[in-house]
Design a protein. Structure first.
Length: 163
């Protein structure tokens, strides 16, 4: 696996760090056709109907507006992993309203992206536009539209839709 460029984590570059990489058509080559990018999700392997490759192909990006799917070879492709994500302020829902965070606050939580996924340690940094999540470890297959849920010990504190 290729080594990723290290980027300093600072409030000035949260937006750059917490949104997925924006693939462009010139980043690769045409290797197949499909019936609609909206049918695919990051990390998906099945249903691609693209053969003849040494490694299994996985969806690493989608562009629904231009109907393009970006795939990468191998289950450890760097495009499948992220350490950061963003949830817009209007998509955050606090179960424990007494623990609701406000702009300029940050707090550590255990965070889950998918049902049955193990809890992952991370820090939530709240800004006026929403919350920036920074994980201790990279997570596989984070995609827009999924839910992030944060916990204090075993108690659900809040959840929100990933941008």
């Amino acid at each position: 696996m290729e080594k990723k460029k290290q980027v300093d984590i600072s409030e000035e570059n949260y937006r750059k760090l917490c949104f997925p990489f924006s693939f462009k058509p010139w980043n690769g080559e045409l290797i197949g056709e499909h019936q609609g990018a909206h049918f695919y999700t990051i990390g998906q392997r099945k249903g691609l109907n693209i053969g003849g490759h040494k490694e299994l192909l996985f969806v690493i990006g989608t562009d629904v507006q231009h109907n393009i799917i970006y795939v990468g070879g191998g289950q450890n492709h760097p495009g499948l992993f992220r350490r950061r994500l963003f949830v817009a302020a209007n998509e955050m829902h606090w179960i424990r309203t007494d623990l609701k965070m406000h702009p300029r606050q940050k707090r550590e939580f255990d965070i889950r992206i998918r049902y049955r996924q193990p809890l992952e340690k991370g820090t939530i940094h709240v800004k006026e536009d929403g919350a920036y999540f920074i994980f201790e470890n990279e997570l596989r297959g984070i995609t827009s539209g999924q839910f992030a849920a944060w916990y204090a010990e075993e108690e659900l504190i809040g959840q929100g839709v990933i941008a």
